[in-house]
Design a protein around this ligand. Structure first.
Ligand code: CNA
Length: 247
């Protein structure tokens, strides 16, 4: 912890890479952690396998489970966690280069962070799968909250611009991979690093600057990291934040 504190103290260009684990304390389940979505969605929504909830091929056959889950997520009024707020504070202190997140919950933005790269998109925009007409969350929010399927005036299904398994990530992600931002520290928090290509973003800094992992469970990429802290993200963030503010 002491070494990581020193790294954060001295850094001016931190890249954060976050996953569902930074939002579990806000009440949003992750995928693969204990009590994560994968432990119950199959049964709850009658899916053939848990990943079907975010699988584009399955969605084309039966979009209803995704919209039921969406209604659950959006009706759940959540606030940013200590970790989201800590990262925002570091950004205001001029220490952050990019906050790359795999999350679709928009909690980094809600906490006031600006340099957010939403690797898997968010609910803020949507598109008709038939005619391509673009929508804002406001246009379809009422329908989403009810768990209904939003439809375009052409009759097509309006799908929120979040990346499903089987879809390409947003162009901003690939632009970032091609032109990697400068970093003097990479901090990865609350992710199993199991979803590619998103997980390749922090790992490409291996050997270029120190890599720190803060996660409750082990990941398949632990050996890539210079420092690993098996901890709750908020516990880690609070301890760092208190020390940096001299509390
Ligand atoms: P994951 O595979 O479920 O991994 C989450 C990791 O976080 C696990 O290794 C847990 O051990 C760890 N974890 C859980 N809670 C904490 C905590 N409080 N402190 C520290 N570690 C914790 O999820 P990933 O993000 O790695 O997988 C990427 C998917 C998940 C992305 O496509 C997301 O869109 C998707 N997802 C997002 C959300 C969200 O937006 N909040 C929720 C669920 C899934």
């Amino acid at each position: 912890m002491e070494s990581v504190l020193e790294l954060i103290k001295n850094a001016r260009k931190i890249i954060f890479f976050t996953g569902a684990g930074v939002s579990t304390n806000c009440g949003l389940p992750d995928f693969r952690g204990e009590n994560g979505l994968y432990s119950y969605v199959e049964k709850k929504y009658g899916l053939p396998y848990p990943e079907a909830i975010f699988d584009i091929n399955y969605f084309h056959n039966d979009p209803k489970p995704f919209f039921l889950l969406t209604s659950e997520l959006l009706n759940n009024q959540v606030s940013p966690s200590i970790t989201h707020n800590f990262i925002t504070w570091l950004e205001k202190e001029g220490k952050v280069s990019v906050i790359a997140t795999q999350n679709i919950d928009m909690l980094h933005e809600k906490s006031g962070s600006e340099s957010v790269l939403a690797c898997h998109g968010t609910y803020s925009d949507a598109k008709c799968l038939n005619c391509g007409k673009e929508y804002k969350l406001n246009d379809i929010e009422g329908t989403l909250l009810k768990g209904d399927i939003p439809s375009c005036f052409c009759g097509g299904i309006v799908k929120p611009n979040i990346t499903f398994f089987g879809e390409s990530l947003p162009s901003e992600f690939y632009n970032t991979i091609e032109n990697p931002p400068e970093a003097d520290l990479v901090v990865v928090m609350g992710t199993s690093l199991a979803v590619q290509p998103a997980a390749s973003l922090p790992l490409m800094y291996r050997g270029k600057c120190p890599l720190v992992l803060v996660n409750r469970d082990k990941t398949d990429y632990d050996s890539y990291f210079d420092y690993i802290i098996y901890s709750d993200c908020d516990k880690f963030s609070k301890s760092m934040w208190d020390s940096l503010r001299g509390k």
